[in-house]
Design a protein around this ligand. Sequence first.
Ligand SMILES: *Cc1c(COP(=O)(O)O)cnc(C)c1O
Length: 395
Amino acid sequence: MNVPFLDLKTPHQHLEEELVAVFRDCLKNASFIGGKYVTAFEEEFAKLCEAKCCIGVNSGTDALRFALMAAGVGPGDEVITVPNTFIATTEAISQTGASIAFVDIDERTYNLDPNKLEVYLKKRLSGSTSAPQNGVTGSRPRAVIPVHLYGQPADMDPILEIANRYGLIVIEDSCQAHGAQYLSKKENRWKKTGSMGLAAAFSFYPGKNLGACGEGGAVTTSDELIANRIRMIRDHGQAKKYYHDLEGYNGRLDAVQAGLLSVKLKSLPEGNEKRRKNAALYSKLISLLPAPCSVIPSFVPEWARPVYHLYIARVPKREDLQKFLQDKGIGTGLHYPVPLHLQKAYAGNGYKEGDFPITEKVSKEILSLPMFPELTVEQIEHVVKEIKNFYSNQP
Ligand SMILES: *Cc1c(COP(=O)(O)O)cnc(C)c1O
């Protein structure tokens, strides 16, 4: 039995007619940029995220960058995030002219550890920090980007509280968390990712839980001023054609993608529910594995309703296991094999091995198992059975 890591073909099959109809309509009216499909999708997606506004943009990376810029982040500012994320998070920071600072993750959720954020800020503002680049650039902490990695919400109550106390802007990187929920103890209710920070960034890269048939992204926010600024930034700094109040970017979501996204958005809640079911089965089967399998399943805190963009297991002898599974026709992934602070791109930032021990440890042990809504019970059982086979044959 083959189990692919991801299946992007099946979900489009039963939608084909509807998707093609959108494209036909755009062709017929030659409406490719802006227009009804974009505004309709923006309204629908804002509603799903429980945010007042949604601004469609070209990618998740643009969404992050535009959100930071609209919040006034730029040269002289420092933006804090985790080293356990996709590089787009930090690319967006650098591209505003701000500098990057890292804070380590929680070992169970793999997301920003609020305690470490607090410790970092205390040290940072007393002038003693182990992060080398901050002393060099002389920048000041201005914003924090919690990443809801793997579709698992970051622990937002304490993050928002700390950010508030230190005067930091919070921009959520929700690029892997369309529709995830966080139980706010403070407000005693479930909140959607994308509704908690000043603004949030989403990606519609095809492999994401909500994927376009090409590139796409969006910012959600309930701040009208920020929303209006992003509408300008994505469109060359113009509110009226050829009257430029500022320099912006060509960063719009195009009409075809917006229309296709509206069609696909309808199956997002069901897809997320199926992912949760799949994840629950993985976790159950993995926790039943006998010794010597010491595989750690995904952890779900009681305050999280994740959407499992990825299902992460922590495994011993990872490289060997991955190869074993591959030989059995089971696809897996590594998210991410090299922590950002150890990437060549950031060699000049002065970080070294040992700076973020949890991220470094986790990065050597995590394995992303096949995860998509259409995954069957038999496939999941098969994956876990082969994991068991691997460890039973180990010396
Ligand atoms: C996908 C992703 C992005 C970037 O989104 P693009 O649409 O590919 O630009 C940013 N952050 C995270 C965590 C992502 O997974």
